[in-house]
Design a protein around this ligand. Structure first.
Ligand SMILES: NC(=O)c1ccc[n+]([C@@H]2O[C@H](COP(=O)([O-])OP(=O)(O)OC[C@H]3O[C@@H](n4cnc5c(N)ncnc54)[C@H](OP(=O)(O)O)[C@@H]3O)[C@@H](O)[C@H]2O)c1
Length: 271
């Protein structure tokens, strides 16, 4: 089997998570990975920590790659792609995980040559518990989508979504881990308040969060009906739920996602 070369342009937090996810996966032998960064200091760090080739030379990295995975900050995308425009070929696949940048923009800035796929993963990809939304872009085939599905499938769940929903996905599942960490932190504080050590409170909360999430995913029931199972008449849970309703938890979470979605829309660079 031919080993495919993946060049990751932007070896920051997400690039790192993807390399770690792939090097620990069953696909390991199918791909050879390399990366680029802006600064030599970051490239040295990546070479030392992840044991993959890493340079600051995007043009060589792109020329040598079958698949280019773009993982730089959204405002950096246009200048990087335009500077490398002549290095892209029509037999390549360009996968972008950058928030706010559309497949049309990616296609235009890369000279309308590579096939384009957009993906929106999240940081739990680092421990194979991520979730990634993907969509087709110009020139991408079912085989390209399957390949990207397989790659991100090694790091968690994958779902196909229309590109028009990608700002919402950014606000929901890409930013989502931060919301959940905040909730875990707050509930752990509650544990401390009722006399449990911080360490044990965090363990109780995080595992409760994971168990509840698994119930939703594995049982496939509406979360409201699972909530009802915990809520016995005149029991303790209903009092807790009443306090959450009084504190407007639901509308606060909805507003958080809407704010992040709006921010993603505003980040889009006009073409
Ligand atoms: N963080 C998340 O949870 C998350 C989730 C989903 C999607 N995303 C998307 O992933 C992308 C990357 O986010 P991140 O959090 O990984 O960012 P990050 O940690 O800031 O990493 C950005 C990387 O890009 C490199 N870079 C900058 N300019 C470059 C250039 N001209 N050539 C090559 N590399 C260059 C930086 O190198 P230096 O270190 O040398 O500056 C750094 O390694 C963003 O577009 C974001 O929207 C992020």
């Amino acid at each position: 089997m031919k080993v495919k070369k993946i060049a990751i342009i932007g070896m920051g937090k997400m690039g790192d998570a993807i390399v770690q996810g792939l090097t620990q996966s069953a696909l390991k032998s199918q791909y050879s990975l390399s990366g680029t960064t802006r600064t030599e200091a970051s490239a040295t760090e990546v070479r030392n920590e992840l044991q993959i080739p890493c340079t600051t030379d995007n043009i060589s990295a792109i020329k040598n790659a079958d698949l280019i995975l773009l993982s730089v900050k959204p405002h950096q995308v246009e200048s990087i792609l335009k500077a490398c425009k002549d290095s892209f070929r029509t037999d390549q696949l360009l996968v972008s995980i950058c928030a706010a940048i559309s497949t049309e923009q990616l296609s235009e800035w890369s000279g309308h040559k590579p096939a384009i796929v957009r993906a929106m993963p999240n940081t739990p990809c680092l421990i194979k518990s991520g979730v990634t939304a993907i969509c087709k872009g110009p020139r991408s085939s079912e085989a390209h989508i399957k390949e990207v599905e397989n790659i991100f499938g090694e790091m968690g769940l994958v779902t196909l979504l229309e590109e028009t929903l990608f700002d919402g996905v950014t606000g929901l599942s890409a930013c989502g881990p931060a919301y959940i960490y905040l909730i875990i932190e707050a509930l752990s504080e509650a544990g401390v308040k009722v006399g449990i050590s911080r360490k044990q409170a965090t363990l109780l909360v995080a595992q409760t969060m994971m168990g509840a999430a698994k119930m939703v995913l594995e049982r496939g029931e509406h979360p409201a009906s699972l909530k009802d199972e915990v809520t016995t008449p005149a029991g303790c849970t209903i009092d807790g739920l009443m306090a959450l309703e009084e504190g407007k938890l639901r509308v606060t979470l909805i507003k958080a996602v809407l704010a992040a979605t709006r921010r993603s829309k505003r980040m889009r660079t006009p073409s």
